[in-house]
Ligand binder design. Structure first.
Ligand code: TXA
Ligand code: MG
Length: 314
């Protein structure tokens, strides 16, 4: 069952221990409760998607305690500095170019070359992040499609038994997910929240575009900028063809170049997915052939990503 931890020194130490051992810990922020996992641990991040029951891998927000830690992960800029000075710690997330040296799991960014970072103001969140000492990936702590939790009880309503712990910090003040400001390109409001577009424009000294002005989103919740390998992707490969890079799953007849999970474990496969696509792509293959992945549980999210990677491009 899920441990319910008090927001005292002992609870914080146990919560940080859960994160350190690759476990999942829900914790309060000023916006909503987050479902946290070690952002550098592929398996922990894969388990976040599994616990949420998300049918696809949306990139996740990484939570950090201080600016130096943020700057180690993303390419900082004057605009980021201005927004951070005005709104951090607080309910603002910034999407910035990912540093090549950043050690975060590729599953956190869903393979994109930008990263969403946020420095929460909630004192329990800050104490936990300081105690853990590393980046924590955290979407809202609810099953997919359910409303976002603003109390520890809400978290347990849908995630009891699916996560190792919940740190009880009482009620969240804002109750609505953070504003997301895209700064990887022109300043763009990617998600509205407590901090409004006018306040952002004023602080940045330039207009912030609304996302809908710039690009049509083809389906709700779908990002238009998806990681796609350079190579063509061939799905449900029953046998290998000459010259293809071979991405296996489960038991394979012959050799494959990489296997998402030789034992057929979907959490392991999800944890390896983007990493392996990148690696095979970097090897220069023209086509990456992928064995079928069962369409159940996390397999649905894996297949969602694979079919996007295989979709025709212009
Ligand atoms: O208030 C919040 O932000 C809460 C609390 C727990 O901090 N967290 C939260 O995380 O809402 P999450 O993972 O549900 O929000 C992720 C959203 C994605 O759906 C996407 O819209 C955006 O953040 N996002 C993340 N990384 C991105 C990236 N590299 N480029 C564009 N958008 C990104
Ligand atoms: Mg959510």
């Amino acid at each position: 069952a899920t441990q319910r931890l008090q927001a005292d020194p002992e609870g914080l130490a146990r919560g940080a221990g859960i994160l350190r051992s690759g476990g999942l810990l829900a914790f309060p922020t000023e916006t909503v409760y987050g479902l946290g996992g070690d952002a550098c641990n592929d398996r922990a991040v894969a388990r976040i998607y599994e616990a949420k029951g998300r049918p696809s891998f949306n990139p996740l927000i990484v939570h950090l305690a201080d600016l130096d830690a943020v700057k180690a992960l993303v390419v900082w800029s004057d605009l980021a500095e201005a927004a951070a000075a005005a709104f951090w710690p607080g309910p603002l997330t910034m999407v910035l170019p990912l540093r090549e040296s950043a050690k975060v799991s590729k599953l956190v960014t869903a393979g994109l070359d930008s990263l969403a970072v946020r420095m929460p103001a909630n004192p329990v969140a800050r104490a936990l992040l300081a105690e853990f000492g590393g980046p924590v990936a955290a979407p809202s702590a609810n099953r997919s499609g359910r409303i976002s939790p603003t109390r520890a009880e809400h978290v347990l309503d849908t995630l009891d038994g699916r996560i190792e712990g919940v740190l009880d910090g009482g009620r969240c003040d804002v109750g609505l997910e953070s504003t997301i400001l895209g700064l990887a390109g022109k300043p763009t409001l990617l998600r509205p929240g407590r901090i409004g577009i006018d306040a952002l424009s004023q602080v940045l000294g330039r207009p912030v575009m609304e996302r809908k002005d710039r690009e049509q989103i083809s389906a709700p919740g779908q990002l238009s900028s998806h990681y796609a390998p350079r190579a063509r992707v061939r799905l449900n490969a029953a046998e290998w063809q000459e010259g293809e890079a071979r991405l296996g799953f489960g038991q394979t007849e012959g050799d494959c170049d990489l296997n998402l999970s030789p034992s057929g474990d979907l959490v392991e496969a999800a944890a390896n997915l983007f990493e392996y696509l990148h690696r095979l792509d970097a090897d220069g293959a023209e086509t990456i052939a992928v064995m079928p992945v069962p369409h159940v549980g996390l397999g649905i999210a894996i297949n969602d990503r694979l079919s996007r990677a295989a979709a025709p491009r212009d």
